[in-house]
Design a protein around this ligand. Sequence first.
Ligand code: DGL
Length: 276
Amino acid sequence: MGGVVGFFDSGVGGLSVWQAFVRLAPTVPTLYVADQAHVPYGPRPPGEIRRLAEGVVRFLRAQGAEVIVLASHTISAAALWPLREAFPEIPFVGIEPAVKPAVAHTRTGVIGVLGTYGTLNGPLMARVVERFAQGLRVIPQVCAGWVEQVEAGLLEGPEAEAGVRRHLEPVLRAGADVLVLACTHYTFLAPLIRRLAGPEVTLVDPAPAVARRAAEVLGASAGEGTPCHRFFTTGDAARFQEQLRRLIGWEGPVEALRWTRQEGLLALIPAGVDNS
Ligand code: DGL
């Protein structure tokens, strides 16, 4: 049974994967970094996401992570392959848009893929559509504003509903009967999406499958004892603590980090440390 698993996202989205993982492997210690100083990642150029991701990976490794889960489609699309090359000693688990499982569910032959600009316009998306969805109609829908909505805790209510409806309606009008959640933040909007889309539409959420893959890579099995979970943010620690409480019922402490440069590279250090 392996050691520590590091999770990384721009914000709270990856908590959906973290939560699925902890259910599967409740005794494995974890680290979670939310780069909330830069959320959303979706509209950022892949090169910038790669540099930030490398900084987070160096930090997670220094904290003892043995397996790193890119709990984000956007980060996986921009950085999974370059990270594997840059850190060949670390096993990475990434996420691709779950088009493959969606194919099994569609009766209309129309699949909506809901994600960020970076995910839907990257090579990973093109590859999964080509491999798994030949002959079907795949509609990539950039859901601008949903990440910010989840970060703000707007999961229900008239404002949340208007934001979700705006991007959902065109896809449903086009006849999609399967919707792929291709952004980990959207898992937290799933109850609202499900209600607005109706019972005829299937939602595909990749979080459980990614969690299973991470447990497999780690060789995790049910062990004894209470594990230690540490949560870090480059944003506001009190706000992140409140988000953890509301989204996953976590009541523990949060550690604040800030970005700096070390030997020309982006690096994360505890927010209280002055190395200027
Ligand atoms: N939750 C992430 C994803 O799965 C990142 C979204 C963002 O920061 O734009 O794509």
